[in-house]
Design a protein around this ligand. Sequence first.
Ligand code: NAP
Length: 342
Amino acid sequence: MSKTLDLTPASTATDPAKPRGPQMKVASYTAYGGPETIAFTERPIPTPAADEVLIRVRAAPVTAGDARMRSGKVPRGLGLLMRLAIGLRRPRVAPGWAFSGEVAAVGSGVASFTKGQRVFGLTGFKGGAHREYLVIKATGTVLPLPDTLTFEQGAAFFFGGLTAADFLIDRAKLAAGERLLVAGATGAVGGAVVQIARHLGAHVAATASPANNPLARQLGAVEVTDYRKGLPSGPFDVIVDVMGSLGWAGASAHLAPGGRLALITADLAQMLGAAVLPRPGKRKVLTGTNKDDLPSMRRLLALHQAGGYTPVLGPILPFADLQKAHAIAESFHKPGNLVVVM
Ligand SMILES: NC(=O)c1ccc[n+]([C@@H]2O[C@H](COP(=O)([O-])OP(=O)(O)OC[C@H]3O[C@@H](n4cnc5c(N)ncnc54)[C@H](OP(=O)(O)O)[C@@H]3O)[C@@H](O)[C@H]2O)c1
C-alpha cells in the first residue's frame, strides 16, 4: 500500500515500546457525514523510497469534491457507484486531492527534484494531501511550482483549472469567436472556465449572484446576470452549466444549432441521456470527469504561462480549521478556491 494511503488507525500505527520518531498531523474521515467526521491524528513522518520524494505540504485545497466525498452527497443516481468505489460505510480514501509544498527529502534514485524545491501536484482520487508531509513518486503527478504562483495559488491551481480545460478544449472544442455562457462563473470551476475561454478568444457571458457580479467581470465576462433572475441574451455556441442548475430543459432554448451544453455537475440520468439521446439541431450534451494526469497538468501550466489562467483565491484557513473549510466548501457558493495552509 502506498504511504500516502496508510489508513492504519493511529493507535496501532506505532509500537508504544519504541521511541516515537518525528510526527506529523494527518486528517482522516471517520464516517460519511458532516464536517465533524473529520479527525486529526499523529503519524510518523514517512521516509521516501528510492523513487519517491517527501514533500512538506504548505497548502492544500478543500474542494467541492472533498466535501462530496466526505458527505457522500453526490448527484442523484451516483451515490451507490461512489460508495462502491470509495467505501460502503465510510470513505476509505484519505482526505485531500492536491497540494503545494517544498521537497523535504528525495529517495536515493531521484535526480529530477532537489531538497528545498517548491512543488505542486495531485494525490488524486486516492487522496492523502490533507497532512503535513506526504510521499509521492518522482515520476508521478508532481511538478516544480513556478515563481509566478504562491503556495496558496499552487494548491488551488489544478481542481477547477483541469476541469475547465478538459471541458472547454477536449470536450466542447471551444473555438475563437464563439459565444459562451458560464452558469456559475466565480467558483473554482467557473472562475477557471471564464479565464480560459477568454484566453481562447471566446465571447464570454456569465451568471453569478449579485455579490460575485464584479468578480465575474474582472475574470473576463462581458455580460453578467443574476442566475435567480435569468440568463444573458443568447444564443450561445457553448453553455457551461457548473452546478447542473439549467440542465437540457433550461439551457436548450439558449443553445445555437451545433451548440454544446457542458454539464459539469450531472446526475446519472443526465449522463445516460448525454450518451444516447439525440438532440435537435446537431446539438450535444457533454458530461464526465476530467483527467488528472501529468499531460493535463502540464497543459494547464502552459495556459498559466501564456497568461490564460491563474486560480482565483477565496478563503484561506489554517489546517486546524479543516472542518470549517469543509463547511464552506459544501455551500457551493464560495468565491474561487478555498485552501488550508499547513
Ligand atoms: N465533472 C467534473 O469533473 C467536476 C470537476 C470538478 C467539480 N465538479 C462539480 O462542479 C461543481 C462546482 O464545483 P466548484 O468547485 O466550482 O464549486 P464552488 O467553488 O462552490 O462554486 C460553485 C459555483 O456555482 C454557483 N452556483 C451555486 N448555485 C447556483 C445556481 N443555482 N445557479 C447557478 N450557479 C450557481 C456559485 O455562484 P455564487 O457563489 O455566485 O452563488 C459558484 O460560482 C460541483 O458540483 C462539483 O462537484 C465536477
